[in-house]
Design a binder for this molecule. Structure first.
Ligand code: C5P
Length: 201
């Protein structure tokens, strides 16, 4: 039996942490779909066209060490606006969503395009400032040298591009539950999401 949990939202809203915790709680597989776009974007650094990069994505590409950088995030957001790139990545995501045993997918268009019939749809968000603060803390804890203003500008640019594009723009599905984590710790957000999913099952 399959069971799909779709988790969408803007950058650094806590989707990744919540998705991993939910997958662990229910014993489901987890796919961070942002990685597919980051890996596609990173392949264009080596001169491949975005469409060719998406069509030839391998497990090795997804394991690259440089996918979490701001440059890879920006490249991801640029290639993600190209319809043929999104098209090339659909089958893999849909098969993952319907694998036996349950799946959690997080991204921007999971509840709207990839898995519109998901059993649970969540849209996780937080204010720009809070999201930038969390991402800034995470980056500096990892030794990166950056400023809060730089991180904030980067998130805003990416969100604006992701929301304005014609192909699968960032937006909540009509039937998604919206969870604003601005005034919560991530642990509290995880607890709320787990309770919500248990009530749906
Ligand atoms: O989630 P993450 O920040 O890793 O995503 C990087 C970029 O990939 C996003 O800014 C967005 O442009 C793109 N993306 C997307 N659709 C998804 C997941 C990510 O367009 N389902």
């Amino acid at each position: 039996m399959s069971f799909c949990i779709a988790i969408d939202g803007p950058a650094a809203a806590g989707k990744g942490t919540v998705s991993r915790a939910v997958a662990e709680e229910f014993g489901f597989a987890h796919l961070d779909t942002g990685l597919l776009y980051r890996a596609t974007g990173a392949k264009t650094f080596e001169g491949l066209s975005p469409i060719e990069a998406a069509k030839t994505l391998t497990a090795e590409d997804l394991a690259r060490a440089d996918l979490r950088t701001a440059d890879a995030g920006q490249a991801a957001s640029r290639v993600a606006a190209i319809p043929e790139v999104r098209e090339a990545l659909i089958d893999f995501q849909r098969a993952f969503a319907r694998r036996t045993g349950g799946a959690v997918l997080d991204g921007r268009d999971i509840g709207t395009v990839i898995c519109p019939d998901a059993e649970v749809k969540l849209y996780i968000t937080a204010t720009d400032d809070i999201r930038a603060k969390r991402r800034f803390d995470e980056l500096t804890a990892g030794g990166a040298e950056t400023t809060f203003d730089h991180v904030l500008a980067d998130l805003r640019e990416r969100d604006a591009r992701d929301s304005a594009r014609a192909a699968a723009p960032l937006k909540p599905a009509e039937d998604a539950k919206i969870i604003d984590t601005s005034d919560m710790t991530i642990d509290a957000a995880v607890a709320q999401v787990v309770a919500f999913i248990k009530a749906q099952r």
